[in-house]
Design a protein around this ligand. Structure first.
Ligand SMILES: *[C@@H]1O[C@H](CO)[C@@H](O)[C@H](O)[C@H]1NC(C)=O
Length: 122
Protein backbone atom coordinates (compact mmCIF):
# COMPACT_ATOMS: atom_id res chain seq x y z
CA UNK A 1 0.00 0.00 0.00
CA UNK A 2 2.78 2.34 0.95
CA UNK A 3 4.61 1.49 -2.25
CA UNK A 4 1.52 1.94 -4.37
CA UNK A 5 0.88 5.39 -2.90
CA UNK A 6 4.50 6.33 -3.50
CA UNK A 7 4.30 5.23 -7.10
CA UNK A 8 1.09 7.17 -7.60
CA UNK A 9 2.69 10.26 -6.08
CA UNK A 10 5.74 9.86 -8.30
CA UNK A 11 3.74 9.44 -11.45
CA UNK A 12 1.61 12.46 -10.58
CA UNK A 13 4.78 14.47 -10.05
CA UNK A 14 6.20 13.17 -13.31
CA UNK A 15 3.10 14.21 -15.17
CA UNK A 16 3.15 17.73 -13.75
CA UNK A 17 6.86 18.16 -14.53
CA UNK A 18 6.33 16.92 -18.08
CA UNK A 19 3.42 19.29 -18.56
CA UNK A 20 5.18 22.30 -17.11
CA UNK A 21 8.34 21.54 -19.09
CA UNK A 22 6.33 21.50 -22.28
CA UNK A 23 4.81 24.88 -21.43
CA UNK A 24 7.85 26.70 -20.09
CA UNK A 25 10.98 24.96 -18.77
CA UNK A 26 12.18 28.16 -17.12
CA UNK A 27 9.54 27.80 -14.45
CA UNK A 28 11.37 24.80 -13.04
CA UNK A 29 14.95 24.77 -14.23
CA UNK A 30 17.95 26.95 -13.63
CA UNK A 31 19.48 25.16 -16.57
CA UNK A 32 21.33 22.16 -17.84
CA UNK A 33 24.57 21.42 -19.59
CA UNK A 34 26.45 18.58 -21.22
CA UNK A 35 30.10 17.73 -20.71
CA UNK A 36 32.60 15.43 -22.35
CA UNK A 37 36.04 14.32 -21.19
CA UNK A 38 37.98 14.89 -24.46
CA UNK A 39 38.45 18.57 -25.35
CA UNK A 40 36.54 18.16 -28.59
CA UNK A 41 33.30 19.32 -30.12
CA UNK A 42 30.75 18.04 -30.73
CA UNK A 43 30.78 16.00 -27.53
CA UNK A 44 30.86 12.32 -28.46
CA UNK A 45 29.61 10.84 -25.17
CA UNK A 46 27.88 13.67 -23.34
CA UNK A 47 27.02 13.61 -19.66
CA UNK A 48 24.08 15.75 -18.64
CA UNK A 49 23.83 17.90 -15.51
CA UNK A 50 20.46 19.42 -14.64
CA UNK A 51 19.78 22.12 -12.05
CA UNK A 52 16.44 23.03 -10.61
CA UNK A 53 15.51 26.61 -9.94
CA UNK A 54 16.64 27.35 -6.39
CA UNK A 55 19.69 25.07 -6.45
CA UNK A 56 22.03 28.03 -6.97
CA UNK A 57 24.82 28.44 -4.46
CA UNK A 58 28.23 30.12 -4.21
CA UNK A 59 29.70 26.69 -3.36
CA UNK A 60 32.45 25.29 -5.56
CA UNK A 61 31.17 22.03 -7.07
CA UNK A 62 33.28 19.18 -8.41
CA UNK A 63 32.43 16.21 -10.53
CA UNK A 64 32.27 12.58 -9.49
CA UNK A 65 35.79 11.20 -8.88
CA UNK A 66 37.17 14.70 -9.55
CA UNK A 67 37.00 14.06 -13.26
CA UNK A 68 38.20 16.89 -15.52
CA UNK A 69 35.97 17.63 -18.48
CA UNK A 70 37.45 19.01 -21.66
CA UNK A 71 34.31 20.26 -23.36
CA UNK A 72 30.98 21.74 -22.31
CA UNK A 73 27.75 22.68 -24.02
CA UNK A 74 25.32 24.71 -21.94
CA UNK A 75 22.02 23.92 -23.58
CA UNK A 76 19.83 26.15 -21.43
CA UNK A 77 20.62 28.54 -18.59
CA UNK A 78 18.18 31.04 -17.09
CA UNK A 79 19.38 34.62 -17.74
CA UNK A 80 19.28 35.57 -14.03
CA UNK A 81 21.97 33.00 -13.24
CA UNK A 82 25.58 32.31 -14.18
CA UNK A 83 27.45 29.10 -14.75
CA UNK A 84 31.14 29.70 -14.06
CA UNK A 85 33.62 26.99 -14.97
CA UNK A 86 36.98 26.60 -13.22
CA UNK A 87 40.18 24.70 -14.00
CA UNK A 88 41.01 24.16 -10.32
CA UNK A 89 39.23 21.78 -7.96
CA UNK A 90 38.66 24.50 -5.36
CA UNK A 91 37.58 27.27 -7.77
CA UNK A 92 40.64 29.35 -6.77
CA UNK A 93 41.17 30.46 -10.37
CA UNK A 94 39.03 33.37 -11.64
CA UNK A 95 36.87 31.05 -13.75
CA UNK A 96 35.07 31.74 -16.98
CA UNK A 97 31.35 32.38 -17.30
CA UNK A 98 30.00 30.01 -19.91
CA UNK A 99 27.60 31.21 -22.52
CA UNK A 100 24.85 29.01 -23.86
CA UNK A 101 24.07 27.21 -27.04
CA UNK A 102 27.38 25.89 -28.24
CA UNK A 103 30.10 23.42 -27.40
CA UNK A 104 33.45 24.86 -26.31
CA UNK A 105 36.62 23.82 -24.54
CA UNK A 106 37.75 26.01 -21.64
CA UNK A 107 41.58 26.29 -21.41
CA UNK A 108 42.81 23.93 -18.70
CA UNK A 109 39.57 21.95 -18.70
CA UNK A 110 36.70 22.01 -16.25
CA UNK A 111 37.49 20.66 -12.80
CA UNK A 112 34.84 22.60 -10.91
CA UNK A 113 32.02 25.07 -11.38
CA UNK A 114 29.63 27.35 -9.55
CA UNK A 115 25.98 28.02 -10.31
CA UNK A 116 24.97 31.40 -8.94
CA UNK A 117 22.06 33.76 -9.53
CA UNK A 118 23.23 37.38 -9.11
CA UNK A 119 20.03 38.71 -10.69
CA UNK A 120 17.59 36.38 -9.03
CA UNK A 121 14.08 37.77 -8.67
CA UNK A 122 12.15 34.80 -7.34
C1 LIG B 1 38.99 15.11 -5.00
O1 LIG B 1 39.85 16.18 -4.72
C2 LIG B 1 39.83 16.57 -3.36
C3 LIG B 1 40.69 17.83 -3.22
O2 LIG B 1 41.97 17.62 -3.73
C4 LIG B 1 40.33 15.42 -2.50
O3 LIG B 1 40.28 15.79 -1.14
C5 LIG B 1 39.45 14.19 -2.75
O4 LIG B 1 39.94 13.10 -2.05
C6 LIG B 1 39.38 13.89 -4.23
N1 LIG B 1 38.43 12.82 -4.47
C7 LIG B 1 38.69 11.81 -5.29
C8 LIG B 1 37.61 10.80 -5.42
O5 LIG B 1 39.74 11.69 -5.88
Amino acid sequence: MQLKLTLLALSALGASIANAAAVDPRLLYMGWFYTGVPAQCPIATPERFIFGLGSDSPACRNFYNNVTYGAINVEYWIPQCLLTVHNTLDCSDPGIVSGTGGCWSPPGGIKAYTATCPWKNW
